[in-house]
Design a protein around this ligand. Structure first.
Ligand code: DON
Length: 588
């Protein structure tokens, strides 16, 4: 285990923490869809480390954090707090997550000492066909066409997952957890700067009549910042689920309206009542690995996120990253080379394990990762990494071409009993499919499948669309253990860039000894096995010439992460929120 931070690293990190406001950019450059940001940037704010002695809630919106904090103060568990927080997020941060989508929850139970993971990922409708997002010539549809389409909607999973976790770990009654969101939906909440900015920048949302009527003023202008927006329809939906459980969503009137909205879209989808009735959340084994004496656990397949993060760290472990300052050419070089190696594997191997055998242990084998990491040269970029072949099966698989343009939120919580929770939750793209029904938005998670089911060489892609299958995710909710106790909780939105956001934060705390706030604020960087990406408007931009001399193809880009984390230290809890979003850490 490393000694706490050295002064140089802290100074540099402080200098690199954001003080400048990034310009809002809505226009998307002509770049591959998977490299684009799922949600637009909306500037940054200076943030302080939060502290609390016993319990803490961190989420992307103050009203949502306060709902979770209210449950924790009443003796609720982390699951109670996460549910209350999530329901408010659905209302106040509707662009990112909600009951029309899905989530992955990672939980440390103080009672059993076990890590558990809950998968409430959306599933493909039973009628789904493998050519769902291909045009008449067999070419992938442009992203905007695939997303704003009834076919993008997968069977929502969130409420089933929350219900499953609550049955095992809830301390407060289910219906109580809905009260803060019902209250806010009825009384109204002030539209935040980020919500306003995203409404103003989105062209597809006002084109959907139900969404337009709620999110925009009668003349078509986005509701201004501070406008008190009420959502009585969502309050009625929440009341029904508070009283009837998740069944009230998956069967009956709400289910019928969801199906009607999907089928009523200009490009109708194929979601059915039977799909909704058949949806099941699943508890799965966590994936875990070691790094510098810590044990790190997260959600396994169908997520590729924690596997890729663990691969990056496993490949980096043989290099003295802790001795390179954050923001140095060396740190960016080694970090992005490890990203190349991990993304190369991710594109071939990870999909829904019920449909495709995923070689998780082989991909995380320390000897395999050491050998992969040894491919990193100290002075030259490999530019594009080839996938490894830990089980001799590579030739049978094709490369994924998922569009990966999502929208998402991450929350973390610790309760007074010592339980810990890390959950990433999503409706995929900004405002999901834009289909608004009963006061909430439906996801476009089907676009997380590979658009093509065979690669150009004719090999089947692991993450191809199949009926009932869960699309591969990059979401990486993680819990780091020190000994057998939770030490650090972390995760982020950001599409495939999530993997680099989470790995950066882990290196920031575990190698550079930064506090969680400083680690989150570090400029984002890394490679998704294409360019070496550096966050725009940060001191990293100045490294471009030196990196280019080493052969790195450099791209300067906005990186609107939403990293939220808690460190559980001997002196209590420390919480960090992403300066790029609007979150709040609060506890007691
Ligand atoms: O599951 C996934 O990987 C994506 N649907 C996550 C989307 C996301 O992070 C969007 N972020 N802003």
């Amino acid at each position: 285990m490393r000694a706490p931070s050295h002064a140089a690293a802290i100074l540099l990190a402080a200098a690199m923490a954001f003080v400048c406001a990034l310009p809002a950019a809505w226009a998307r450059a002509p770049q591959a869809a998977e490299d684009l940001n799922p949600e637009a940037a909306s500037g940054t704010r200076d943030r302080q480390l939060a502290r609390a002695p016993h319990f803490m809630m961190v989420s992307a919106n103050p009203l949502a954090t306060q709902a979770g904090d209210e449950m924790l103060r009443r003796g609720g568990s982390v699951v109670d707090a996460a549910i209350a927080t999530q329901l408010v997020l659905n209302l106040v941060e509707p662009q990112s997550s909600g009951i029309g989508g899905g989530a992955f929850m990672v939980l440390y139970s103080a009672r059993t000492g076990r890590i558990q993971t809950y998968d409430s990922r959306e599933t493909a409708p039973a009628a789904a066909r493998q050519d769902r997002f291909l045009d008449a010539q067999g070419k992938p549809l442009p992203f905007a066409q695939a997303v704003n389409n009834g076919m993008s909607v997968g069977v929502p999973g969130l409420l089933r997952g929350l219900e499953l976790a609550h049955k095992e770990h809830g301390a407060l009654p289910w219906a109580d957890l809905f009260q803060p969101a019902i209250r806010l939906a009825e009384q109204g909440f002030a539209v935040s700067p980020r919500l306003h900015a995203l409404l103003a920048g989105n062209k597809a949302l006002p084109a959907q009549p139900a969404a337009a009527a709620y999110f925009y003023a009668p003349g078509g202008a986005p509701w201004p910042v501070g406008h008190v927006l009420k959502n009585p329809e969502f309050a009625r939906t929440l009341r029904a689920v508070a009283e009837g459980g998740a069944d009230a969503f998956y069967q009956g009137g709400i289910a019928r309206d969801i199906v009607a909205a999907v089928h009523g879209h200009a490009v109708p989808g194929d979601l059915s009542l039977a799909d909704l009735a058949a949806y099941r959340a699943q508890e799965r084994p966590p994936v875990c690995g070691g790094y510098r004496g810590y044990r790190l656990c997260g959600m396994g397949p169908p997520s590729s996120g924690p596997i890729a993060v663990l691969q990056m760290l496993g490949e980096l472990e043989q290099f003295p990253i802790g001795s390179y300052a954050p923001g140095s050419v060396e740190a960016v070089h080694y970090f992005s080379e490890a990203g190349r190696l991990a993304f190369a594997d991710r594109d071939f191997y990870v999909a829904d394990p019920a449909y495709v055998p995923v070689p998780v242990s082989a991909l995380l084998d320390p000897a395999y990762l050491r050998a992969r990491g040894a491919l990193i040269r100290p002075d030259r970029s490999m530019k594009v990494a080839l996938p490894g072949d830990p089980e001799g099966k590579l030739l049978s698989l094709g490369k994924d071409d998922a569009l990966e343009l999502p929208s998402t939120s991450h929350l973390v919580a610790v309760d007074a009993q010592g339980n810990a929770l890390s959950m990433t939750t999503t409706i995929e793209s900004e405002f999901g499919s834009k289909i608004f029904v009963r006061g909430f938005l439906l996801n476009n998670e089907m676009t997380d499948f590979s658009s093509s089911y065979r690669d150009p060489e004719g090999r089947l892609v692991a993450n191809r669309i199949e009926p009932g299958k869960r699309p591969r995710s990059a979401m990486a909710p993680m819990i780091v253990l020190r000994g057998d106790r939770p030490y650090l909780l972390v995760g982020s939105p950001g599409g495939s860039a999530i993997i680099n956001y989470v790995a950066k934060t882990l290196v920031g705390v575990l190698d550079w000894g930064l506090d969680i706030q400083a680690a989150i604020a570090l400029p984002n960087m890394g490679s998704r096995n294409k360019e070496t990406e550096l966050e725009k408007g940060t001191p990293l931009e100045a490294l471009a010439p030196a990196l280019e001399r080493m052969g790195h193809p450099v791209r300067i880009t906005e990186f609107p992460s939403g990293i939220h984390g808690i460190v559980i230290g001997p002196d209590g809890l420390q919480g960090g929120v992403d300066p790029r979003r609007e979150g709040l850490a609060q506890g007691g």
